[in-house]
Design a binder for this molecule. Sequence first.
Ligand code: NDP
Ligand code: GDR
Length: 361
Amino acid sequence: MKRALITGVTGQDGAYLTEFLLEKGYEVHGIKRRSSSFNTDRIDHLYQDPHEENVRLILHYGDLTDSTNIIRIVQEVQPDEIYNLAAQSHVQVSFETPEYTANSDALGTLRLLEAIRILGLSEKVKFYQASTSELYGKVQEVPQSEKTPFYPRSPYAAAKIYAYWITVNYREAYNMFACNGILFNHESPLRGETFVTRKITRAVSRIKLGLQKNIYLGNLDAKRDWGFAGDYVEAMWLMLQQQNPEDFVIATGRTYSVRSFVEAAFKEVDIPISWEGHGINEKGINSLTREVLVEIDARYFRPTEVELLLGDPSKAKAQLGWTPKVTFEELVKMMVMSDFGGAKKELVMKQEGFQTKNYFE
Ligand code: NDP
Ligand code: GDR
């Protein structure tokens, strides 16, 4: 039985990858952070009571900022494959916590690679690094491929560029099987609520049911190549099953603006929208209809923005045989449907007099 170690197991990708690897027959070890409240929501359906026999999902407390902890876990688990998905992954938050972001996203990757090296596992362990289309940053070339130069535009991207290059360096210096997956944005019903897609699909569902009046957003003109997280974790695994370690762009090859995502989401719940009167007026309000559904809030603009991401996944198609399955329209529908279900539950609770959570960031 193959053994995988996943950092960031409690995140969106960690959940999809865990499910994928369990289905492939792996024993999966995950590193989760200690938190004052439960943080395993996304993988609770996969959790197995450690007191039972033949348990194949094992969680370890840990943190990428703690070398000794990382070394101990790698030594204990002796994995065949390590997927480094853990990160402070929010671009905007990285402007507020740049040092922490560098510590976890850049040095965290180094700590894992060093653990592999120090423990003499360089020839045994295959390593996947969660690299990102944010590395491309300021547009140099479209579409963006493995050969496109990088130009990071945030502390997050600057940290991830270190992680990218240290992964390449350990591959070249120590003959490690180490790969970068340069993944473009990928979303799902498990996406964190403060990333723009999930923020929109939650809000649209709640607006439809009268639980919320409008949504506050930032730059509607940014364009992203959005795919489905469930498709993308397969590509991570495929990279580690190849003869040689290489870096791959994983993307759909199509790009849409945040504005298009808003339109598609409102369409799913049959709320007609019009961009009449669009533009920031003297109140900073951006109207979609007479009832203002979308308002622009300056706080969601970033000091430096990534305007256009569009990936060229042809290398992944040719060498990994990977293609995305879920289209943009299907992705929006899937996310709206899921959030609409959540909003319905919330409505019932509210009608029954129970307090419900309000988080709008
Ligand atoms: P999430 O934000 O959903 O998950 C991040 C995970 O990392 C969580 O499990 C989180 O734990 C954990 N984590 C954060 N900081 C630490 C730390 N210091 N030590 C240990 N664990 C930590 O991200 P995604 O699942 O969306 O993304 C997975 C990876 O892929 C990330 O590295 C991200 O930067 C990268 N990426 C994501 C893309 C996307 O579109 N989703 C695109 C390209 C790259 P907790 O649950 O406790 O917060
Ligand atoms: P991104 O994702 O920065 O691409 O990083 P996010 O969904 O946060 O932003 C996408 C675009 O939408 C614009 N935007 C807003 N963004 C947020 N979060 N909230 C808003 O209200 C809002 N309004 C407009 C942003 O300015 C941006 O242009 C994601 C993360 O998963 C990274 O970890 C990953 O590396 C990259 O994708 C690829």
